[in-house]
Design a protein around this ligand. Structure first.
Ligand SMILES: Cc1cc2nc3c(=O)[nH]c(=O)nc-3n(C[C@H](O)[C@H](O)[C@H](O)COP(=O)(O)OP(=O)(O)OC[C@H]3O[C@@H](n4cnc5c(N)ncnc54)[C@H](O)[C@@H]3O)c2cc1C
Length: 392
């Protein structure tokens, strides 16, 4: 049995429908055929070529969450969970981040809050993969504490003038438009608005292409907004309500990070089982050593549990239930599990696991961002704790 078929089989879960299975299979096929052969080159170049997203668009892979009336498939959390887990099998998390920021972290804000004119202008390119999105919330002095952002937009004629700096923005070096969060109401700490700022707008510049520990083929920008002027029709959603509007996508954003982590952890387990079963030592193979096979079995059990928890939280969301506690819990615990699994998998590859030529070395580095981005573990645990207070 190949690693790919193991991954496909182990994916099946109680929420799986034929449609979701087809999404998963198409995604795994895509990453095996289009990503794995080219990923090393993209890592060296620090970017995923635009044509890759355009190809995904042409296969209908970028429109799972776009409502049917807007030309998409109109699917929900379970589809994104499936898609992100399938992408995770690529073993190139930088590629996965490039795609998921477009489809599941930036795209939903446009879909949820866009005016009919904005949707008409931008969605066709988003769906086809020709117009790549990014989301610019974090700043040098404000990450977890979104209410602390300092970028400001003030009304100026028929538009808004924006000044500030954004930090760690995925897809913004080579992408086409960033959804920028800016403070518009000084009297309210949550008085934030969202603006659609296309690349090339005067005063909007990439000041630094950041050099990262992992996700090397994902481009990450530091951005300056220096007296950037955008017209009123680039305001996304209701003025001063941007904080609450972005919150609508928090659970989805958390989930796809877990999803790509689960896919990667499963791929790492498959790789490591294969490696240790072929590595002769002590008169047999490494896998025959109880210390190794049992630890790998425990890792499989943990990944299965994270996967089940993620799909359950996704199902809750699709069925109108409040899934904040469930999603925060699986984001906190699941991303830590993924890192523990990567640690063990690198360990059992021995010296080869420490070499840049081995996939596990990259996967180990890539996984480290998962407990930091999209809500750090400690922030997620607070979300769980707040919802665990017993009223007496
Ligand atoms: C590769 C990469 C890609 C990214 N892509 C994007 C993007 O596309 N768009 C975007 O807007 N942002 C992006 N980010 C930013 C990311 O969301 C932030 O890094 C993250 O929210 C953490 O913010 P921070 O780095 O400012 O850390 P801080 O907020 O300074 O926190 C530092 C650490 O303190 C701890 N901590 C924080 N808050 C609490 C708390 N309340 N209680 C206990 N402990 C706490 C956590 O361990 C945390 O890791 C990206 C970051 C990276 C590294």
């Amino acid at each position: 049995m190949t690693a790919q078929s193991q991954t496909t089989q182990s994916h099946r879960n109680v929420y799986m429908t034929d449609e979701l299975q087809a999404i998963y299979d198409q995604t795994v096929d895509f990453v095996v055929n289009e990503v794995k052969p080219n990923g090393d080159q993209w890592e060296d170049e620090g970017m995923v070529p635009r044509e890759v997203l355009a190809k995904m668009g042409s296969l209908g892979m970028l429109s799972l969450r776009i409502p049917e009336e807007l030309g998409g498939l109109g699917l929900g959390y379970l589809a994104s969970a499936t898609f992100s887990e399938g992408l995770g099998a690529s073993t190139y998390a930088g590629f996965e981040a490039t795609v998921l920021v477009h489809t599941d972290m930036a795209g939903p804000h446009l879909v949820n809050s866009g005016s009919p004119e904005q949707l008409e202008r931008y969605l066709p390119g988003v769906v086809s993969g020709d117009f790549i999105l990014s989301i610019g919330v974090s700043e040098p002095d404000a990450g977890s504490d979104v209410a602390g952002i300092r970028t400001r937009a003030v009304k100026d004629g028929d538009g808004w003038r924006i000044n500030g700096t954004k930090m760690f923005i995925t897809n913004a070096v080579y992408g086409d438009m960033t959804i920028i969060a800016a403070r518009t109401d000084e009297d309210n700490k949550y008085g934030i608005s969202m603006f659609l700022v296309p690349a090339g707008t005067e005063g909007f510049t990439v000041t630094n292409k950041l050099d990262k520990h992992g996700w090397r083929c994902s481009d990450t920008a530091e951005l300056a907004l220096d007296d950037v002027w955008v017209s009123d029709d680039q305001l996304l959603g209701t003025p001063h309500r941007g904080f609450y509007e972005t919150m609508k996508n928090f659970q989805n954003e958390r989930m796809v990070l877990v999803g790509m982590g689960v896919g990667a952890a499963q791929a790492a387990i498959d790789l490591t089982n294969e490696y240790t079963q072929n590595r002769n030592a002590f008169g047999s193979t490494l896998f025959e050593l109880g210390a190794i096979r049992q630890r790998m079995a425990m890792n499989q059990a943990k990944v299965d549990a994270v996967r089940a928890s993620m799909y359950h939280a996704a199902w809750m969301g699709d069925n109108g239930q409040d899934n904040v506690k469930a999603m925060s819990a699986v984001k906190a615990w699941g991303c830590e599990v993924v890192n523990q699994v990567m640690y063990d998998c690198l360990q059992f590859h021995g010296g080869m696991g420490y070499m840049r030529e081995s996939a596990i070395e990259r996967m180990y580095r890539d996984a480290r961002i998962l407990p930091i981005g999209g809500g750090a573990t400690e922030v997620m645990l607070e979300e769980v704790a707040k919802r665990s207070i017993v009223q007496s």
